[in-house]
Design a protein around this ligand. Structure first.
Ligand SMILES: C[S@@+](CC[C@H](N)C(=O)[O-])C[C@H]1O[C@@H](n2cnc3c(N)ncnc32)[C@H](O)[C@@H]1O
Length: 280
């Protein structure tokens, strides 16, 4: 079944830094996927999530700081491979991990993740994915049970398996992301990663030592109690998908569930925060 999408084709002047700021704002607002080009960016959102007034609340479009024009189009399927071949450059994180498409040459980094992103979020280009990869590279995941909540392309769960996790559950609410994660898990020859379509309701009765969730502020505020309920004492929770300014409200909730702030990475106002589940 085809999922209908809204594609907004933004022409931005100057392209940098205007496009970067626009993508950050659209990502926070709920746009799922971005294809950058020489003139700006095409941003995608599921039609079911879209309202005609949606762009009115995107500050950068109305601030006058950048000259931005756009066209809105409804689409079903497009040739994503062609789009990504034109636009997707490999991403290297800390000289240790590369995220690339199948048509890129094999890298020399210790970890090589091959992603065909299609419509899903999670190529390592976004600040939040990049920082979550950085966090993961610094953890000892050997033998751990890991949850990748809001897996998108599956990139973080795939990396968790490559870093030695004993078992990885990757969950996404979106059918397209679920299917894309399945494909990418297979493409990377993962053996201990299972992909599920769903949300925090699936977590009942499950236990994890590490939980990764790069989603957005509101979903996290809703689902942190469910994450805490299935995180082992001494376990680690990595959260991203929100801005630095949102840390206090996220922190306030986490503390109530014995999740203690330990470390924070920050890039272009986006953050990725590490919490430790207190041992009671
Ligand atoms: C910002 S993307 C992150 C993708 C990938 N994990 C990464 O770090 O690049 C967030 C993902 O969360 C999914 N999502 C949104 N709400 C969700 C929910 N309530 N439960 C599970 N997944 C959700 C979206 O479909 C999307 O794929």
């Amino acid at each position: 079944m085809d999922t209908l999408y809204i594609a907004c084709d933004f022409k931005v002047k100057p392209v940098q830094p205007g496009t970067e700021i626009l993508i950050a704002e659209l990502g926070e607002a709920g746009f799922e996927s971005f294809v950058e080009n020489e003139e700006g960016v095409i941003a995608y959102i599921q039609k079911s999530e879209w309202e005609p007034s949606y762009l009115e609340n995107i500050y950068i479009l109305n601030s006058g700081e950048f000259e931005i024009t756009y066209e809105v189009e409804e689409i079903a399927q497009v040739n994503w491979n062609e789009e990504w071949e034109k636009n997707f450059q490999p991403i290297e994180v800390d000289g240790i991990c590369t995220v690339r498409a199948p048509f890129h040459p094999e890298p020399a980094t210790a970890y090589d993740i091959v992603i065909e992103p299609k419509m899903s979020f999670g190529t390592g280009h976004h600040e939040t994915t990049h920082m979550m990869i950085q966090h993961l590279l610094r953890l000892d995941l050997k033998g751990k049970k890991v949850l990748d909540m809001g897996c998108g392309t599956g990139v973080l769960g795939i990396l968790a398996e490559k870093l030695g996790a004993a078992e990885v559950d990757a969950i996404d609410i979106d059918n397209w992301c679920y299917l894309n994660s399945l494909e990418n898990v297979e493409r990377n020859r993962c053996e201990v990663t299972s992909v599920y379509e769903g949300n925090a309701a699936l977590l009942e009765g499950r236990r994890y030592e590490v939980i990764i969730a790069n989603i957005n502020r509101n979903i996290l505020l809703n689902d942190i109690p469910a994450y805490a309920a299935c995180l082992e004492p001494g376990g680690i929770l990595l959260l991203s998908g929100f801005y630095k300014d949102d840390i206090p409200v996220i922190d306030e909730l986490c503390v109530k569930f014995s999740l203690n702030f330990t470390e924070n990475l920050e890039k272009n106002h986006w953050v990725a925060v590490k919490y430790l589940h207190a041992i009671s």
